[in-house]
Design a protein around this ligand. Structure first.
Ligand SMILES: [Zn+2]
Length: 186
């Protein structure tokens, strides 16, 4: 498995529509495994393919630190309930946070890492994360939901640090990766 570079805000791929996956192949499984590795090294709870420069309709989610890692191929929200506001961040917009109103509960249908159909019901953080990642698969980012003023503040904050990511690439340091492997040994 390898840790992939993360694309940050400004890279046009984050705004692209992904393509549904026709078949879950070994190549796709390799991408899924690399995405898990990358997400864990970056200490994220979700990661979508465009964030690593790919346009397959695939996301990974792990809101419980390894207890329920979910690989989602062609995920689709099939029902929603209620609404809830909560703070979000994004591995592709480091250091920027904002409150987003989302459905409080969602049911998602997808294929898993083996190509089998699954249905995932999420509330609280899982519901939020599922919606955030599925948005990524359709070119949508959490900052799109912020009010004009809050979005401007978020983009100002981002513009002050985006120079740290030449070519819109966030390369995880060897330290991030090593620490992640150390965590895994526990
Ligand atoms: Zn994100």
């Amino acid at each position: 498995m390898s840790v992939l570079d993360i694309r940050v805000l400004g890279d046009p791929i984050l705004r692209k529509e992904t393509s549904p996956v026709a078949a879950v192949t070994d190549d796709l499984r390799r991408l899924i495994d690399d995405m898990f590795e990358t997400m864990h090294a970056a200490r994220g709870i979700g990661l979508a393919a465009p964030q690593v420069g790919r346009l397959e309709r695939v996301a990974v989610v792990d809101v419980e630190g390894g207890k329920q890692p979910l690989a989602l191929v062609n995920p689709e929200i099939v029902s929603v309930e209620g609404s809830a506001k909560g703070e979000e961040g994004c591995l592709s917009i480091p250091e920027v946070y904002g409150d987003v109103e989302r459905s409080a509960k969602v049911v998602v249908r997808a294929l898993d890492r083996d190509g089998r159909p699954i249905e995932v019901e999420g509330t609280e953080l899982l519901a939020r994360c599922l919606q955030h990642e599925i948005d990524h698969l359709h070119g949508k980012l959490f900052i799109d939901y912020l009010s004009v003023l809050k979005r401007r503040a978020a983009l100002d904050k981002w513009s002050k640090q985006k120079d740290q990511y030449p070519g819109y690439i966030r390369r995880l340091t060897a330290e991030d990766v090593a620490e992640h492997h150390r965590d895994e040994e526990l």
